[in-house]
Design a protein around this ligand. Sequence first.
Ligand code: SF4
Length: 291
Amino acid sequence: MDFVGDIYRPPSEAQSILLQITVGCSHNACTFCSMYKAKRFSVKSQETVFRDIDEAARLYQGIPRLFLCDGDAMVLSTEKLITILVRIRERMPWIRRISAYADSVSICRKSLEELKALKEHGLSLLYHGVESGSDTVLTSVNKGSSVADAIQAASLLREAHISHSVMFLLGLGGVKYSPEHAMNSGQLLSRINPTFASALTLTLVPGTPLYQNAQNGQFEPLEAFALVKELRTLLEHTQVTQCQFAANHASNYLPIKGRLPEDLPKMLATLDEILATRDNRKLVPEWMRGL
Ligand code: SF4
């Protein structure tokens, strides 16, 4: 398989076939993100992608899930994506789920008809990096999309029947915007009402502009219990009908997950207990946290 640079995928795609169809991220300007800094964005040739699909068909018979890398495969034209999806279906008819990362802008650039066509050809799940429900925070980290864009993207995906997994980033507003970030993110999650949602935790990575801001005092990061409090506030403001919520990514200090709304009281009670006791032993130690 032809892989350019480091490859990232959501934790829930650990067992999936990885097929890199673009290299890097076309935006690549979020101040907190280091994932694709070493890569210049490019679209892989059809020849390379088709060769990888043929190889995957030989190597991974029977594996039912496939994840399209890198950062925003949806930036490809619908025509190109459908050509790839058709080839996957031809060569690997056993695939049951095809997924990719997406951002609000690349989803909103597609019409409802295009998204429905992608769904018909097998695209079934998008991981959508919403990051925050606060436009102030999104602007401060140069996300390149707004809360309104996220709502529009969610609406399009719902109508196209593409499953939607939204990701928020705890700590992204720093101390200054923490209450707004947490409350607005819970409200945005309620408004989007997705099938899956997750909360990851900001890790300041050397070399990123946000790391530099923290070094020179322009950004004040949250300590571990303040991050737990942020998660508590986010959940407190969440009202969804049926959502699998996970905050158990390697970056989180307190792994927690559940089905919303039924598990919400239990999750809030767990967070309250941690906040009341401030027992460090119940948090993931710093050295065990990952990106
Ligand atoms: S957070 Fe997403 S959109 Fe922003 S630079 Fe990283 S991969 Fe690209």
